[in-house]
Ligand binder design. Structure first.
Ligand code: CUA
Length: 196
């Protein structure tokens, strides 16, 4: 192609042919446009990371997906919301095709909340809209996300990682309730979708 420029006829160029100067100028503009887009995207990542605590889970913790139900932290009796001695809440959830276990969790408002999740089978996603909670749930690993909720609220929680034919139906609920009310709830109520 480089040779064709030297063999261009003098005078106006035929239809569909542009001069090498125009090509070079256009390419330079596109490179600048792409560079500007990159700068904007990196700036968005940095700004949301600093101001909204939106960032990828940083802990690498492994767990055996084959025995996740049978022993260790994610046995059924240990799932749901636990209150730590410092008053913070830890929520443990197992994601599996096509449900979160437990399906509903309740957490207290105004306290630090730590979500710890793992998958029993394929990659799922865990997202609480309009919060900084957004992580993939990968089998073999524990995903941990820290947040807190200022106000009581009901969150519908969709799986946002395509995980199979039932993906669209994989929803769970996180219910943020006032601290005093949370303290009076039984552990069964804390993992129930029934209206209290
Ligand atoms: Cu689980 Cu999509």
């Amino acid at each position: 192609m480089a040779d064709s420029s030297s063999s261009l006829p003098p005078g106006p160029l035929p239809d569909g042919i542009v001069s090498p100067q125009v090509v070079a100028r256009t390419e330079k503009r596109w490179i600048m446009a792409m560079a500007a887009m990159l700068v904007v995207m990196v700036a968005i990542i940095v700004v949301t990371g600093v101001t909204g605590a939106l960032h990828p889970a940083s802990n690498v913790e492994i767990v055996d997906p084959q025995t996740v139900h049978l022993k260790g932290e994610f046995v059924e009796s240990n799932l749901g919301t636990a209150i730590e001695t410092d008053g913070s809440a830890t929520v443990r959830i197992v994601a599996e095709t096509y449900a979160f276990v437990p399906h509903c969790v309740t957490v207290p408002a105004g306290a630090p909340v730590k979500f710890r999740l793992t998958s029993a089978d394929v990659v799922h996603g865990f997202l609480l809209p309009h919060t900084n909670v957004n992580t993939m749930v990968v089998p073999g690993f524990v995903a941990e996300v820290r947040t807190s909720f200022a106000e009581p609220h009901e969150y519908a929680m969709p799986c946002h990682e395509f995980c199979g034919l039932g993906h669209h139906a994989m929803w769970a609920h996180v219910s943020v309730v006032p601290k005093e009310r949370f303290a009076n709830m039984s552990s069964a109520e804390r993992t129930s979708c029934a209206k209290q």
